[in-house]
Design a protein around this ligand. Structure first.
Ligand code: FE2
Length: 325
């Protein structure tokens, strides 16, 4: 199921043996290991001993009901992202609400269709597989990136469009998968250093004075320092630090020029600038696509890598379609 050979573990928690057997039979077509617990305390002990990748949790059980089990799972920091699907015999709306309040990710009622169970298990395991690719520090960093976007509502969806267009250009250049992955992640978090820039500067209507400009220009270094301790950050750091370098050496923070600027940073720089130009900012309205293309052409060789500008313009149709999606 997983290209890295990951075989997920599903923990089925139900006091009724025949239900456990039915669920096991339903999961036969999914490449996973199925474990069982017959009550809440047994489930918590099993999760503590060896964390599963998904918990299918019956609501009505003696001793401790599924709601309480779910609350206790969520109370443990390292299990906050463990997917929990609650299963109940009742179809009462209040159970659904209570399940979500207890931190369940999904909810099913008995009797369930085999196809529905399989689909929900598959989708929960896909989510878990994505979580597994992020180390915990990276999860924090992505949360910080979301916080930066929240500080500046004008950048909403901006980072995702930058990420997608940068990945697209990287693929056109034939870059290997790890570089494409770095372009995507780097696109999302390239401005993470703005967390250290005050909102009065980020959201200022009108041009920044020289002190404000100086503070704004610190964001690439602040961002690079934020991700420095991250294992998976080593290929993101050059993107974050150098996304405001200019091809002619007049950018910041290090005044690098030409191919001294890391390739992935040169790609992000174009995607970032283009998306910023065509969208409104607090201090100015967005320009048309044609005007933005003209600005990119005019800046090819001074601000941006001319070959990459040409590639970006050639790929604009595909990039615009991604932005509209
Ligand atoms: Fe930036």
């Amino acid at each position: 199921m997983d290209p890295h050979g990951w075989r997920p573990v599903v923990l089925v928690v139900d006091d009724n043996k025949s239900i456990r057997t039915v669920i096991e039979a339903c999961l036969e077509g999914i490449d996973c290991e199925v474990r069982f617990a017959s009550d809440g305390p047994g489930a918590l002990a099993a999760i503590e001993a060896s964390a599963p990748d998904l918990v299918l949790l019956d609501v009505q059980m003696p001793v401790m009901d599924g709601f309480e089990v779910c609350r206790r799972i969520r109370a443990i920091a390292r299990f906050r992202l463990l997917p929990v699907v609650m299963i109940t015999g009742r179809s009462r709306g209040e159970d659904r609400v209570k399940a979500l309040e207890c931190g369940a990710d999904d909810f099913m009622t008995k009797p369930f269709e085999r196809a529905e169970l399989v689909a929900r298990v598959r989708s929960s395991l896909r989510l878990k597989s994505l979580y597994n690719t992020l180390d915990s520090a990276e999860q924090v960093i992505f949360a910080l990136a979301a916080a930066v976007e929240a500080k500046d509502a004008a950048t909403e969806r901006h980072t995702r469009r930058v990420a997608e267009s940068a990945r697209h250009l990287g693929a056109r250049l034939g870059l290997p998968e790890p570089a494409l992955d770095a372009l995507y992640r780097g696109g999302i978090i390239h401005d993470i250093g703005k967390i250290g820039v005050s909102e009065s500067i980020l959201l200022k209507c009108g041009p920044l004075d020289s002190d404000e400009q100086h503070l704004m220009r610190e964001h690439p270094e602040i961002g690079a320092n934020i991700i420095a301790p991250l294992h998976t950050g080593s290929n993101l750091q050059p993107i974050i630090r150098h996304h405001h370098e200019w091809f002619d050496g007049r950018g910041y923070p290090d005044g690098l020029s030409g191919v001294e600027i890391p390739l992935l940073a040169r790609i992000i720089s174009i995607c970032d600038a283009f998306d910023a130009m065509i969208n409104d900012r607090p201090y100015r309205a967005g320009v048309s696509v044609d005007q933005a293309v003209a600005i990119l052409r005019a800046g090819a060789g001074t601000q941006w890598d001319p070959q990459l500008v040409a590639l970006f313009i050639a790929e604009l149709g595909a990039i615009e379609q991604m932005g509209a999606a």
